[in-house]
Every structure is written in structure tokens, then in C-alpha cells.
Design a protein around this ligand. Structure first.
Ligand code: FAD
Length: 221
């Protein structure tokens, strides 16, 4: 039985296209290391979306996608909803999450060992960037690693964004919204057509509704 949710759910079905062997060859997207923070002070330097770019671009991308190693440097996306919506944190506080792109579990990184180190590296980097006293002001600190994507969401290789959107895994080459294996089965979501991201997933739901409406003679959905 395949290690993918698709393979697990359809493990008993003879499959023409998405066989276990084929599923095993699918390239999974990268993963993310996430810190969810509740902070007992305000940081006006942060905006709702803040991107802090590290010293390298191409080399870092190759570390994540090709070499699958945990680099010594990183780029960060910091999401701080309390910057625009005061109800997201108590008065005088911020709520935020920090997203650092990392390789998926094909890397073999031992996150039990690396997560505490990575957490300290990120907090140090944020303080160096200008978030003074961040570590000492933490009320909440939750860590989410590729292992958690795998164990909590069943994400293959702990990927964060489903099947990697490379050319040969895009559009028609993704699993279709109308199942290619089982009559009356329809697929929607990041792992199918057109792909990941909330807009992609909503479009996927719309495409699936059209397929169902057509198959069952409901006319335009
Ligand atoms: C950190 C992060 C930040 C993101 N930020 C953005 C953003 O800013 N904008 C944007 O557009 N997109 C963003 N995305 C992408 C977006 O969240 C996803 O593309 C979207 O949520 C995928 O929706 P989905 O319904 O296909 O899958 P999911 O939302 O992943 O839902 C799948 C569900 O299926 C469950 N499941 C798995 N296996 C089984 C099983 N065997 N039986 C039952 N249930 C099962 C999982 O537990 C999960 O709850 C982000 C993703 C991540 C990880």
C-alpha cells in the first residue's frame, strides 16, 4: 500500500494511472518550519505580512529542493494579524507566526534534534532584525515541523503544499477532478487540478462541481 492518502484510501482498488509505483515517483512540495508566537509587547516594525530575505536566493532554493539539506541561513515570512486586527491579541501584545521554508522529509532531517536549535536560530535572527527582547517576551511558543505535517495531516513526506507544481505535475498531469480510477468519485483540493493555495483549491472545488453537474445532468453548476 502506498504511503500517500490517495494510495491508502484507494489501496483496495485496481488503478490504471495512479498506481502505488506512480505515486511513489510523484515529487512532493517542500515543507515549512513554523513558529506560532504570542508576545507580551508590540512591534510596530512588523506589518501584517513581513518578508525577511536571507543572504542567498538560488543557493537556498537548491538546498531546499535539490540537496534537501537544512541550510545555515534562511528567509522568513512573518504573519502578524494583530497588526491589522487588534482582536487577534490582548492589548499591548502581538500574535504572529513565522514560516521558514525547509526541505520535506526526503531530507532525513531529525526534527526532534533540529527543532529546538532551529527555534533559537529563528528567534535570534528576528531579534537581530529588530524585534528587541522577543525571546524574553514570549507568552506562547508553539513549534510545527515537517514531522507534524506528516503526523497531523497525513501529508506525504511532510510536504506543506501538496504535489510539487513542476511542469510535468501541472494542469492535465495532476490527478483529475473526475477520478481516473473509480466511477462516481470526484477529487478537489491542493493535490488535484489546478493545485495548491486557497484560490487554487476554491477553483478546484468549482471544477469538481461542474464535473458532477455534467455527469448527473444537473446543467450548469
Ligand atoms: C504554512 C502554510 C501557509 C499557507 N499560506 C497560504 C496563503 O497565504 N495563501 C494561500 O492561498 N494558501 C496558503 N497555503 C496553502 C493552503 O493552505 C492550501 O493549499 C490549502 O489549505 C489546501 O486545502 P485542501 O482542502 O486541499 O487541503 P487541507 O486544507 O490540507 O485539508 C486536507 C485535510 O484532509 C485531512 N486528511 C488527510 N488524510 C486524511 C484521511 N486519510 N482521512 C481523512 N482526512 C484526511 C487532513 O488532516 C486535512 O485536514 C499555506 C499552506 C501552509 C502549509
Amino acid at each position: 500500500m502506498s504511503g500517500t492518502p490517495y494510495g491508502q484510501l484507494l489501496g483496495h482498488v485496481p488503478r490504471r494511472r495512479w498506481t502505488d509505483q506512480r505515486l511513489a515517483r510523484v515529487h512532493q512540495s517542500m515543507s515549512c518550519f513554523l513558529l506560532y508566537l504570542g508576545v507580551r509587547r508590540r512591534y510596530p516594525r512588523l506589518t501584517h505580512h513581513t518578508i525577511i530575505v536571507g543572504p542567498r536566493y538560488e543557493g537556498l532554493v537548491r538546498d531546499i529542493f535539490d540537496r534537501k539539506t537544512l541550510a545555515g541561513d534562511f528567509s522568513m515570512y512573518v504573519h502578524t494579524p494583530s497588526r491589522t486586527d487588534p482582536s487577534m491579541a490582548p492589548p499591548g501584545c502581538e500574535s504572529m507566526y513565522v514560516l521558514v521554508p525547509v526541505p520535506n522529509a526526503a531530507s532525513g532531517i531529525d526534527w526532534k534534534t533540529e527543532a529546538p536549535r532551529m527555534t533559537l536560530r529563528i528567534l535570534d535572527a528576528l531579534e537581530a532584525w529588530g524585534l528587541d527582547g522577543l525571546s524574553g517576551a514570549l507568552e506562547v511558543r508553539e513549534v510545527f515541523t515537517p514531522d507534524d505535517f506528516a503526523s497531523q495531516f497525513g501529508a506525504t513526506l511532510g510536504n506543506a503544499f501538496g504535489i510539487e507544481p513542476r511542469l510535468t505535475q501541472t494542469a492535465w498531469f495532476r490527478p483529475h477532478n473526475r477520478s481516473e480510477e473509480v466511477g462516481g468519485l470526484y477529487l478537489a483540493g491542493a493535490g488535484t487540478h489546478p493545485g495548491a493555495g486557497v484560490p487554487g483549491v476554491v477553483l478546484s472545488a468549482a471544477a469538481t462541481c461542474h464535473a458532477i453537474a455534467k455527469d448527473f445532468g444537473f446543467g450548469e453548476a
